[in-house]
Design a protein around this ligand. Sequence first.
Ligand code: CA
Length: 240
Amino acid sequence: MPQAAGEVTMTGKQILIVEDEKPIRDMIAFGLRRAGFSVREAEDCGEARSCIADSRPDLLLVDWMLPDQSGLELTRFLKRNKETQDLPVIMLTARADEHDKVAGLEGGADDYVTKPFSPRELLARVQAVLRRASPNAADGTMEAGALKLDAVSHRVTSGEQTVPLGPTEYRLLQFFMEHPERVYGRGQLLDRVWGGNVYVEERTVDVHIRRLRKALEPFGCDSLIQTVRGSGYRFSTRPE
Ligand code: CA
């Protein structure tokens, strides 16, 4: 699908809708899929938690009124948990009360949409929150030092040259470029890059980090992947 200028590249971004009312869920899912998102659906908080454990979404849409727990409780739970605290959450609610809006935002929601909303309005909010969550990826390309990653073509270049990367190294680099200057432990990288439900040993991370560095070395970019002793790895354009 051709992309309008200034539009955020959403292809492949995964959104989890947590809403017990099927007609609303279907309506939201339809609009988001049409916009190029990959969409998963959960009917309640319990199902949402197992969905997140299976594979981490890029953003959650959480209805306030859910059968097992409130959406606010789910949001608080996610924001308290180290592994999920930076997962963007937009709360959906029928309540227009300012008091509830404040409670939602204090509970950790990144934004708040009041029902009824138009699919267009929701899409704009989703794009804005995703843009804030990874400002580097706003137009689908990210740059760091001499490296340029194009998420649309899945191509990494340095100057005119293509940096040859395997699929895992590509995903690892993309994750790092989206989250620069932060240290991630091996477990966190497994969770975020490989997906939570995959059984992979932690040292597999080291293997792929080595491959990634080796691929970047001819371009003088291997020092972007830094080892932080006792903690994990960091992507940084600053010297170690
Ligand atoms: Ca509901």
